[in-house]
Design a protein around this ligand. Structure first.
Ligand code: HEC
Length: 490
């Protein structure tokens, strides 16, 4: 199957023609300066753009590799900045503009991009220093206020200066003596530059203790979503964090359960920075007063991170696509959506078709990047009436031309939990559109439990999971295997 990215080139053409059609400025009457007359200046035009869209990450102690605060910071990299903003590589935001409406969209307008380009071509004039905007202030400390429970990694983990990205899970007992409902998780890495994203889940207390520290270092390896492993139940996901995300409480009326005696598992994705870094994260947890009125449901499509979706990608295949649809069983509000694949993931498209045949775009990512696994919060909850069909497709590129392909020459890639295997999932947060009676909720829970049991049975029988179980067994016998070359011998 081949997908020609027509929309990409159409968007590019539109962007190009938009910049060509810009009104030409009248020549200035006097031009004493070395820079092009009428060129936008740093103080009036570029600094406001950079302060509003870049310094949240590009400032000391944050994840981006250099600050963009002073004139020198920006001018030194002027040409590169013009290039990465024109291509929309920066600010990083993967959801196609207009296909779903999201909170805190990180996006420059066409006019802002054009101004940066003009400023660079115009010789990067400083402008009038007295007109410089104020550098934005960022609060140190907890953004959501004092947490009810603060958990810290028991030991620092040393990330070497160089090498491949590392996925590591750290286990922190919650010490909770009663079940709690939580309404936010705020994450504070100690070495911000090295932590790329984090996933928080809970598992039954002690369930993963035997894995922790087995390789002689804190935590255990792997990009496996731990909440998914039957042996760790009761277990569940709590929240995620990625570079640049704004800490937020869950949407109004949403709370997630954190059972007593559970252990928090923090999965960190490290991206080595060129010097050794020690990470010892702190996690703040905010409790809700009690159970929420409406229970949060988190459908993952196609289910089990794609374990049963037939992901088996031949080497060299440029556009391997899986598709399907999911029918919403009752009136729901979608609050947010997230996509998940590994390095070969390329395109995600999710569209709802309502019972009256009207359609609603939910998410489109044309150039998936494993490094930017954002959760996209809808600006307004999206009503999905019972019977709405959600059509989805996920496309992978296993060709040598895919610069993110970890293996060259490419090799066959199947479903698996390691980052060099593949997964495919579209993960929603939804709440029922109306309150549910206790009887109805119980009935639904029983139905879901039965469906889950049935599905788990199928999953356990699947080839993908058998391979995974064998892999885990080898890993348990020899934890040093986690660094094995993914491209060799498969
Ligand atoms: C959400 C955080 C975030 C925001 C917002 C952000 N950046 Fe970045 N930027 C990064 C990170 C992380 C990297 C390094 C990793 C990478 O290159 O992908 C980076 C890399 C860069 C690079 C180097 C690219 C290269 O090829 O070496 C440039 C230039 C840059 N950013 C400019 C900008 C500009 C200009 C803005 C605002 C218009 C911006 N960034 C907004 C996080 C951010």
């Amino acid at each position: 199957m081949r997908v020609i990215p027509i929309a990409v080139s159409a968007a590019l053409a539109a962007a190009l023609s938009a910049s060509c059609n810009r009104p030409v400025r009248a020549p200035a009457s006097a031009a004493p300066a070395a820079s092009t007359p009428n060129s936008p200046t740093f103080s009036d035009t570029v600094a406001p753009i950079v302060y509003g869209n870049c310094v949240s990450c590009h400032r000391p102690g944050e994840a981006a590799p250099f600050p963009l605060i002073s004139y020198e910071d920006v001018a030194k990299r002027g040409a590169l900045i013009a290039k990465v903003t024109a291509s929309r590589y920066m600010p990083p935001w993967k959801a196609v503009h207009g296909y779903g409406e999201f909170k805190d969209e990180r996006r420059l307008t066409d006019a802002q991009i054009a101004s940066i380009g003009e400023w660079v071509r115009g010789g990067m004039p400083r402008g009038d220093a007295s007109r410089m905007p104020e550098v934005p202030k960022f609060t140190d400390g907890w953004q959501l206020g004092k947490p009810d429970l603060i958990l810290e990694m028991t030991e620092g983990y040393i990330v070497p200066a160089t090498g491949a990205d590392i996925y590591r899970n750290f286990v922190i007992p919650t010490g909770l003596t009663e079940d709690k409902w939580i309404r936010a998780v705020e994450f504070r890495p100690s070495a911000r530059r090295v932590v790329h994203h984090a996933l928080f889940s809970y598992v039954r207390g002690g369930a993963v203790k035997s894995l922790d520290g087995r390789s002689g270092r804190p935590g255990f390896g792997g990009a496996m979503p731990v909440a998914f492993v039957p042996g760790f139940q009761p277990a569940g996901e709590l929240a995620g964090w990625a570079v640049g995300t704004t800490p937020r409480f869950f949407p109004e009326g949403v709370a997630r359960q954190l059972p007593k005696n559970s252990d928090l598992v923090v999965q960190l994705h490290f991206h080595p920075t060129g010097k050794p870094e020690t990470e010892q994260s702190t996690i703040g947890i905010y409790f809700a007063d009690g159970p929420p009125e409406r229970r949060l449901v988190t459908p993952g499509i196609p289910g089990f991170f794609g374990a049963l979706a037939g992901i088996d990608i031949p080497p060299g295949e440029k556009a391997f696509t899986i598709t399907g649809s999911y029918t919403v069983p009752r009136d729901m509000y979608a609050l947010s959506i997230a996509a998940h694949a590994h390095y070969l993931g390329k395109e995600f498209k999710v569209t709802a078709t309502r019972p009256d045949a009207s359609t609603k775009p939910l998410l489109w990512i044309q150039d998936w990047d494993f490094n930017w696994q954002d959760r996209y919060d809808y600006k307004e909850p999206v009503l999905l009436a019972r019977g709405t069909r959600i059509d989805w497709s996920i496309t992978y590129d296993n060709s040598a031309e895919n610069p993110r392909n970890p293996c060259n020459p490419p090799r066959r890639v199947r479903w698996g939990v390691q980052s060099f295997d593949e997964m495919g999932s579209i993960n929603f947060m939804m709440i029922p559109a109306s309150t549910v009676t206790r009887e109805e909720e119980d009935r639904q829970r029983q139905q879901m439990a039965a469906a889950l049991k049935n599905a788990i049975g199928k999953v356990m029988e699947s080839d993908a999971v058998k391979r995974y179980a064998a892999e885990q067994k080898r890993f348990m016998e020899d934890p040093t295997r986690e660094g094995a070359d993914p491209c060799a011998g498969k």
